[in-house]
Design a protein around this ligand. Structure first.
Ligand code: SAH
Ligand code: SF4
Ligand code: F3S
Length: 445
């Protein structure tokens, strides 16, 4: 008998973008496994291949189209193969139009992920493309199945969507309006994770500082952090992303006082120029940001402050860019993601006339990176000789004979040691600080 016939059908997921998508892919896995599919890491063995996409920058979209072309070749050999396309790109009408021409079988959006099994079945039965993308968010869906990837650290969504409409950003259009999950639902999930052996959770939202708005209960983000940190078995709580305009004193005090909450705050500055910040619709000034970060440093000893920065926003003059460099040297970010502004159709900034030439954007990006990388390296080198408490995550991606671990401040530390250390929190002495990571040695306990 053909052994293939006895095997359950397999699915393969390709995930792009932020942690929200990583989390959504875990739910997609859960939905597929509930339908009797099993995961495969070989696309050629799959009967369903799913794309979970990101549209935050043009380059993100290009990667997806490239991969789609590659996967399309498999369909020529296997006409029964179902290609399903979801995530942020799927929400955009111009993308949907292009997908219609590309032989995709199922298109689903960020708001109707839960319909995936039904849509796949429909495509299989009708042999016709099924395009079903909800324009608007529905109720927050609780209790969808999910298959989580790592065994030590888990992402937990606390809210969906975004109301900020920064003028460059597509996310409010692809993820809809901001809505928070009830704290009881979040804590139930965290308790279950602790029961399964997870030791660290990262609370996720586009703007966690505005958590709780619109809920019946009176819980703000600081309260939620506190409650999450008190779940038995959870030793570390992280969160991302913070918006400078909504960061409260209470939150800073909570992080300072609670030993389970890690002292790392990702609080994107985007630009150091007040004029550009205003055009970006960010709702704060450089002065406010400086005050905020100095308060963090004062109240939370050793805190790591990380950021996102954009160069070449429409109308950015040399002096605006100089303001960004100035802020980078003043704040001294422990790390920063740096981007060239990318036009997103449908956003306000796409209509701005003073678009910056690509060459200028490239020059500014490399100048910014030079400064930021130097600072990151200096900070990491200053840690040499110090003892850091790390959570050991697993084998290092670059060198399988080593282990990768993470400090409370979210720095990667490469160590040597046995696999028994995985999942444990241990002290290590830092032996070398590099730009993006540290090396350390396990201390004799
Ligand atoms: N909600 C988070 C993250 C949003 S997307 C936040 O507000 O911080 C992650 C980052 O991508 C943003 O912080 C921003 O720096 C960058 N980004 C978003 N839209 C962009 C665009 N059109 N061009 C370049 N970078 C962009
Ligand atoms: Fe985009 Fe701004 Fe919302 Fe972040 S806060 S997701 S940058 S609109
Ligand atoms: Fe990308 Fe959507 Fe996240 S646009 S960054 S996957 S919210």
């Amino acid at each position: 008998m053909n052994q293939q016939l006895e095997m359950p059908p397999a699915y393969y997921i390709i995930t792009y973008g932020c942690q929200m998508n990583v989390r959504d892919s875990e739910i997609m896995s859960g939905l597929m496994e509930a339908m009797g599919y099993c995961a495969t890491d070989k696309p050629e063995d799959a009967s369903v291949i799913m794309f979970n996409t990101c549209s935050v920058r043009h380059s993100a979209e290009n990667k997806v189209y490239g991969k789609l072309g590659e996967i399309g070749v498999l369909k020529r050999h296997n006409p029964e193969l179902i290609i399903a396309f979801g995530g942020c790109m799927a929400q955009l009408p111009e993308v949907q139009a292009r997908l219609k021409r590309m032989g995709v079988d199922v298109v689903f959006g960020t708001h109707n992920l839960h319909e995936l099994p039904y849509l796949i079945e429909q495509a299989k039965q009708t042999h016709k493309p099924v395009f079903q993308v909800w324009d608007k968010e529905g109720e927050v869906e609780e209790s969808l199945p999910s298959v989580r990837q790592a065994g030590i650290s888990a992402f937990v969504n606390i809210m969906y969507g975004c109301n900020n409409f920064c003028s460059y950003c597509i996310v409010p259009y692809t993820r809809g309006r901001e809505r928070s999950r009830r704290s009881s639902d979040i804590l139930k999930e965290v308790r279950e994770l602790a029961g399964q052996g997870y030791r660290e959770v990262t609370l996720l939202g586009q703007n966690v500082n505005s958590y709780g708005k619109g809920l019946d209960e009176k819980t703000d983000f600081a309260d939620l952090l506190e409650m999450t940190a008190s779940v038995e078995g959870i030793d570390r709580v992280r969160f991302t992303t913070s918006h400078p305009k909504d960061m409260s004193n209470k939150l800073i005090e909570t992080i300072a006082d609670n030993p389970v909450i890690c002292e790392h705050i990702h609080v994107p500055l985007q630009s150091g120029s007040n004029r550009i910040l205003q055009r970006m619709n960010r709702g704060y000034t450089r002065e406010h940001y400086l005050e905020l970060t100095s308060q963090m440093r004062e109240r939370i000893p050793g805190v790591a402050i990380t950021s996102d920065l954009i160069v070449g926003f429409p109308g950015e003059q040399e002096e605006d860019f100089a303001d960004t460099l100035d802020m980078v040297t003043k704040v001294r970010f422990d790390a920063a993601f740096t981007f060239m502004y990318s036009v997103r159709r449908g956003t306000r900034a796409a209509e701005f006339t003073e678009q910056i030439a690509l060459e200028t954007k490239k020059e500014r990006l490399s100048e910014l990176n030079l400064v930021q990388y130097r600072i990151a390296k200096e900070i990491n080198q200053s840690l040499e000789g110090q003892v850091e408490e790390v959570l050991v995550e697993g084998p290092s991606k670059t060198d399988k004979s080593k282990l990768t671990s993470r400090t409370r401040t979210n720095r990667i530390v490469i160590i040597s040691g046995s696999n028994d250390l995985i999942g444990r929190i241990i002290p290590v002495r830092i032996t070398q600080g590099k730009t993006f990571s540290l090396f350390g040695e396990v201390m004799n306990e």
